[in-house]
Design a protein around this ligand. Sequence first.
Ligand SMILES: NC(=O)c1ccc[n+]([C@@H]2O[C@H](COP(=O)([O-])OP(=O)(O)OC[C@H]3O[C@@H](n4cnc5c(N)ncnc54)[C@H](OP(=O)(O)O)[C@@H]3O)[C@@H](O)[C@H]2O)c1
Length: 327
Amino acid sequence: MKYRELGRTGWQASEISFGAWAIGGSWGDVSDKDSLAALHAALDGGVNFFDTADVYGDGRSERLLAKLKKERKETFYVATKAGRRLPKQTPEGYSRGNLTSFVERSLRNLDTDTIDLLQLHCPPTEVYYMPEVFGILDDLVKTGKLQHYGVSVEKVEEALKAIEFPNVQTVQIIFNIFRQRPADLFFAEATKRKVGILARVPLASGLLSGKITRDSKFAKDDHRNFNRHGQAFDHGETFSGIDFETGLRAVEELKKLAPKNVPLAQLALRWILEFPAVTCAIPGAKRPAQVVENIAASGLPPLSAAAMKKIRALYDAEIRPVVHPYW
Ligand SMILES: NC(=O)c1ccc[n+]([C@@H]2O[C@H](COP(=O)([O-])OP(=O)(O)OC[C@H]3O[C@@H](n4cnc5c(N)ncnc54)[C@H](OP(=O)(O)O)[C@@H]3O)[C@@H](O)[C@H]2O)c1
């Protein structure tokens, strides 16, 4: 495992880290036993950074991470999120009272006195124009309840606005072979300000593993079933916002570009690591075997310039017209 500097925190984060949404909920049935085994496998493989949220399984994901901390001696960082417990997403909801009570609840779930990194969880765009919200986060740092804070955004424009606040250490954004717009402008700006970038949905919800077919079935409580058209939350979070057929066609083309013996999931993760502005990719995983496969991307040789060019050409031809302007 290789490590990269996380913003100005002074922390070195594993370049392949762990996304803990699926082990909380909204991805069909996942047993705590498998989830814990996956978390242990991540630590075994050198992962030292875990991304979760207070709403993943209503705290289940955070509690599993607390359990991991009890069972292991290694130092690792946990980034959680706040804001999605609001019954309705309004800018006014991001008040001192609400944010403080969300943080208190995460502290209990994580069984800790201080949160390593708190991220605003895709708040409404207006929030990025409310310095008072970032002032509340500064106060929570002063009281020691937070070590650092950052944001998780939907749109590049939100990311650009967020990093104008001097104490935003990290931006979490969808970045993968099917979502390339963040690299156009945002990455240079984030690098200039030494802001860490967490690349989420790196496998386009599993589509970029190449295992999903037209016949794949997803459980009723899996967002790949219930949110395909954005019925529950932003549709960009499911399959990266690409319609299923276009995604499957592009995956067939990508398979032709994968070096021999390199699974497509590893190619997809390796592609992300080619961007030095990115601190880490945070693939979700429900089982140890997925973790082991994903971690191996860190040990692969860099992709050739020719491969990178071909992937960009595929994006420009097939994907860009359907997603580029939206996020
Ligand atoms: N708004 C936000 O802030 C937000 C939104 C989304 C995600 N996130 C964060 O980003 C993380 C990653 O995104 P994500 O989990 O949505 O999507 P992802 O990482 O693109 O896809 C994860 C899913 O792909 C499958 N998978 C993983 N490794 C695989 C492998 N090696 N081979 C085959 N299949 C594999 C697993 O599902 P199956 O086995 O069921 O196929 C896994 O749950 C989340 O866990 C969460 O921490 C944050």
